[in-house]
Design a protein around this ligand. Sequence first.
Ligand SMILES: [Zn+2]
Ligand SMILES: [Zn+2]
Ligand SMILES: [Zn+2]
Length: 279
Amino acid sequence: MSTRIVVTGTAQDAGIPSPGCSCRHCTRARLDPKSRRFPASIALISDSAEVMMVDSTPSFPEQWAMLGHLRLAGICLTHAHMGHYTGLMFLGREGLNSSNVNTYGTASMTRFLAENAPWSQLVNLCNIQLHSVSWQEKVTFGGDVEIQFFPVPHRAEYTDTAGVLIRGSKKTLVYIPDIDTWEGLDEGTAELIKKSDVALVDGTFYSDEELRQLSGLRSIEDIPHPTIQNSLEWFSGCNTQLVFTHLNHTNLGLDAKVENELKKRGARLAVEGDTFWLS
Ligand SMILES: [Zn+2]
Ligand SMILES: [Zn+2]
Ligand SMILES: [Zn+2]
């Protein structure tokens, strides 16, 4: 048995191109579909062609089409920011009209969906079946992987935020699309992340230089994401394969010259279709 993990989205919540933006990255993505990036998500695909998605984005229809003719068995949700769960709308009767898709999240995430329209309609009409998952609990999938949620510091207007550890028979992959700061993690979680074989993590912004170029920012401290440069420091000395996702349209790493520099440091940007095997 060998479940594979396919990257189905690599951009910050709004995707690239970002609506109304005419920066060089957004312009390129409008002219060249290959440069287009969907909001961050991944899909686990089992030998029996069942899919577990991690996050459900506004580009769900395109991302689902990318995977081919498979069966949607479940969805794990990291938190309730716009780009990470609103793809659930396509499971309703206006779309897939799915039946009891297992939907996993922390207690605050599942409560948010159960108690707020229009999401509560998906629950009431049994399009999705909610499962509240604690930090210690493991969700099994495909007969050969376990998925474990862990707490991540990130602004919590509606729900807390989870990262997921995916453990296969030989390797582990951590997926953290959104995090405010590496330093805010508890010690055990930090160790778990640094010991993983693959870390597919928040790379929203590339560097302090990029943040200075963005207009309207009072200071770098206002930005609630570690830059890719910060993350390279935090992971230095680890054997983890470092891959960045959740890229903002301004990300300097989207320029070939900067991306080559990143590759020299042993890391890279994720692309849609990237596949990881954990067996
Ligand atoms: Zn996000
Ligand atoms: Zn742009
Ligand atoms: Zn977020």
